[in-house]
Design a binder for this molecule. Structure first.
Ligand SMILES: Cc1ncc(C[n+]2csc(CCO)c2C)c(N)n1
Length: 223
């Protein structure tokens, strides 16, 4: 079994919770209120700004020119394409780009990105990938599952673009490339190191769940 197969198998209890989360299901059915989705776009926008920095650190820590080039491509794509989905939705819902950019991250959002940035800056390339992979992989799985479950009524779903984006082969290819690289660089590594990497993978998977929770519960700072 490859390391990524082990990660995938062990993370299922967490990812299942993500998939069944009422916020995610609301996107799939198209019944999630505009107000909720608007808040999600705002929080996710500032999340992606921080996430993009992880790819920049990937450029810095890459173990080959090929990996370096790929990380820089991912950095470009997130800034120009994925964040554009957010900008388009925001425009549709009357949120300006400035408003998006100036969103204050909630406690969970800030904790999630701070955790990844800390590991990325102080850890190895394998640690960096273990942290950022659940985000790319789990969303692809969610996108595919929602498309399978609700694909027949997608035309009338206001969140169609979101579902189409994350279930697409292009997004799948991002996760697949990260998986391949992680499997390559962890081959033959001692169990102790793999346990540490799996810990990062599990932690950021739990943060993915907490991201949906914070949106659903309207988490904010107390003061
Ligand atoms: C909280 C949160 N988690 C995951 C994603 C999805 N996502 C973010 S970056 C990326 C890979 C892009 O190269 C993917 C799939 C999101 N938007 N928001």
């Amino acid at each position: 079994m490859t390391f990524s197969e082990r990660l995938f198998r062990n993370v299922q209890p967490i990812w299942n919770q993500n998939y069944h989360h009422p916020f995610v299901q609301g996107i799939g059915k198209g019944t999630l209120s505009t107000e909720f989705f608007k808040e999600y776009m705002k929080q996710d926008y500032v999340y992606l700004i921080q996430y993009a920095r992880l790819y920049a650190i990937g450029v810095q820590k890459a173990n080959s020119l090929e990996a370096m080039t790929h990380f820089s491509q991912l950095l470009h794509n997130i800034l120009h394409f994925e964040m554009n989905v957010h900008r388009e939705y925001a425009k549709r819902f009357g949120v300006t780009e400035k408003e998006l950019e100036q969103t204050k991250p909630t406690p969970n959002n800030l904790a999630y990105t701070s955790y990844m940035l800390n590991v990325a800056q102080n850890g190895t390339l394998a640690e960096l990938i273990s942290c950022l992979l659940p985000c790319a992989w789990d969303y692809w799985e969610i996108g595919k599952l929602l498309k399978k479950q609700y694909g027949h009524e997608l035309e009338s779903n206001p969140y169609k673009t979101w579902i189409e984006t994350y279930s697409s082969d292009e997004f799948g290819a991002i996760a697949q490339w990260l998986i391949k690289l992680l499997d390559e660089i962890t081959e033959g590594k001692p169990e102790e190191e793999l346990v540490n990497l799996e810990q990062h993978f599990q932690t950021t998977s739990k943060y993915e769940y907490l991201f949906w929770e914070m949106l659903y519960r309207g988490q904010d700072w107390p003061l």
